[in-house]
Design a protein around this ligand. Structure first.
Ligand code: BTN
Length: 238
């Protein structure tokens, strides 16, 4: 079913909410728009993931959205967006998500949503992809991806989810603006099973996670006992 943008627009009357049936990527459409603008697409032909990966964007099954934020790029911002996504999912479904640092949203061992933050001029653009009503995934993603529908056994309204997501992103960004970095680091540490005491591999390193530093980077205690600061993702359990 095509996305009913009027439902979302009426919940946020003052906000520019642009809906497209098909775009290359909502990140491209959002570039140059003013803070507050939201771009949503039913389908992306070149959905972008982190580290140059693509984002599987099955038509009318997922939430593919980019928001222009009135916030600078900051590692804690990406953690806040993961918390906001997990909170929106919890509010509208019975599902509880884990967060794989820095911002993969997981159900069990499988990824249900991903976040890409890019800088465009003075503003950060948050790109959020949630697998909502997918029944299956291409063979190469099957082992690592899930959808709310597969995990929860029912279908979910993308409009209702987007409304919840916009509200939770607003509230986490406000928290950050008011100097709530520590609160976000604390919440992330509580919600994520990856932050402390998890045996993981990151690139060629192995170790046990040992918390976040004050900037939001992940501390890894290696086998030799030394602490390595992990600045970018690719964390996998072992
Ligand atoms: C990742 O986990 O690798 C990040 C995935 C981000 C996907 C979203 S979908 C909406 C927005 N448009 C894109 O092209 N990518 C992001």
């Amino acid at each position: 079913m095509p996305f009913r943008v009027e439902t979302v627009q009426s919940a946020f009357p003052g906000r520019a909410i642009l809906h497209f049936e098909r775009v290359a990527s909502t990140m491209i459409e959002a570039t140059g728009l003013l803070p507050g603008a939201v771009v949503i697409a039913d389908e992306q032909t070149s959905g972008r993931g982190r580290h140059g990966h693509s984002w599987h964007s099955e038509p009318e099954s997922g939430l593919y959205v980019s928001m222009v934020l009135d916030a600078p790029l900051d590692p804690v911002l990406t953690l806040a967006l993961g918390l906001a996504t997990a909170e929106a999912i919890a509010r509208e479904t019975d599902l509880r998500c884990d967060l794989r640092w820095p911002n993969d949203v997981m159900i069990g061992e499988k990824k249900v949503a991903g976040i890409l933050v890019q800088l465009a001029g003075a503003n950060a653009i948050a790109g959020i992809g949630i697998n909502v009503n997918h029944n299956s995934f291409p063979a190469e993603l099957e082992r690592e991806a899930t959808s709310l529908s597969i995990a929860g056994g029912s279908r979910y309204s993308r409009e209702v989810l987007l409304i919840a997501l916009l509200r939770s992103v607003e509230s986490y960004c406000a928290m950050l603006q008011k100097g709530g970095k520590q609160a976000i680091l604390r919440q992330f540490t509580q919600v994520s099973s990856y932050v402390e005491g998890k045996r993981v591999r990151v690139a060629s390193m192995e170790g046990v996670t040992a918390g976040l530093d004050e900037s939001g980077f992940l501390r890894l205690r290696k086998i030799d006992g030394l602490i390595e600061l992990i600045l970018a993702g690719g964390v996998r359990p072992i």
